[in-house]
Design a protein around this ligand. Structure first.
Ligand SMILES: O=C(O)CCC(=O)C(=O)O
Length: 260
């Protein structure tokens, strides 16, 4: 997909672009139909709160499921990412976050790049997080929340003294830092019908609240990295830091539907 100058400028300024219904209802249906075997499987790439609890995160779906793998390579997805990065890309990490009815984790404010740099030695925030809504995202079911414009303020620099903090342990982000960024940029909930896709800068502050509805809220994430930006360390397993760093080749725009 081609992006025009206004869209590129918006991404640079606000740190995200939202495309309602970028995937059709039939394409979303094909992805949802591919979910049961993934959710029923077991192994380290499936995260649960307890051994008998339902999965809350399923990693590496681009590698373990053909429909999800094809989706990561649709020109609408990959072409948009490459336009934002201005270079070829690969999927560094993919996962489905299944926010369960009446529950689901809430995610405190964080930048994903912090974890990728500390966990895997990703050199630069030359990456894009693509969030594909597998269910409608509404204010009631714990949609992604973002602080527009916050990607230009690297929290690691603001919090230089906190360099030992790992992963998503961002609870200690001082409230005055968050308040300053939110006062400036506001807080926006990314809502839209299933099939909507948000392309998000990896240093944009984001989070989400719990799902207060009786229905699931699943979001599929493809975290694309520029091929020139491959991580320098591999402390984390393959499903978090994909060792296959060759540039992705696009498939036909109807490739996902052809599997249905
Ligand atoms: O899926 C969500 O609600 C939030 C996920 C998130 O913030 C993340 O994966 O970085």
């Amino acid at each position: 997909m081609r992006l025009n100058e206004a869209q590129l400028a918006e991404y640079r300024q606000r740190g995200f672009l939202l495309f309602p219904s970028l995937l059709s209802a039939a394409e979303v249906e094909a992805l949802r139909a591919a979910m049961p075997p993934l959710v029923a499987s077991d192994g380290p790439e499936i995260r649960r709160d307890r051994p008998d609890a339902p999965p809350k995160i399923v990693y590496a779906v681009h590698a373990t499921s053909t429909p999800f793998g094809l989706t990561s390579r649709l020109p609408r997805m990959l072409g948009t990412v490459e336009a934002l990065l201005d270079e070829p890309a690969y999927v560094y990490q993919s996962r489905i976050n299944l926010k369960l009815p009446f529950s689901g984790d809430s995610w405190s404010w964080h930048q994903d790049f912090t974890a990728w740099q500390r966990g895997d030695g990703m050199p630069k925030p030359q990456a894009v997080m693509a969030a594909v809504f597998l269910h409608d995202c509404t204010p009631a079911n714990g949609p992604l929340l973002v602080i527009p414009g916050s990607h230009t303020d690297l929290l690691d620099e603001i919090l230089g003294r906190e360099a030992d903090v790992q992963g998503y342990d961002t609870e200690r982000v001082p409230l005055e830092v968050l308040r300053g960024l939110a006062d400036r940029g506001g807080v926006v909930d990314l809502c839209g019908p299933a099939g909507t896709v948000a392309f998000i800068h990896p240093t944009l502050l984001h989070g989400s609240a719990m799902n207060m509805t009786p229905w699931p809220r699943s979001i599929l994430y493809f975290n694309y990295n520029a091929v020139s930006n491959r991580p320098t360390a591999s402390k984390r397993p393959w499903f978090m830091n994909n060792p296959e760093v060759a540039p992705l080749a696009p498939v036909a725009e109807d490739a996902l539907l052809a599997t249905a």
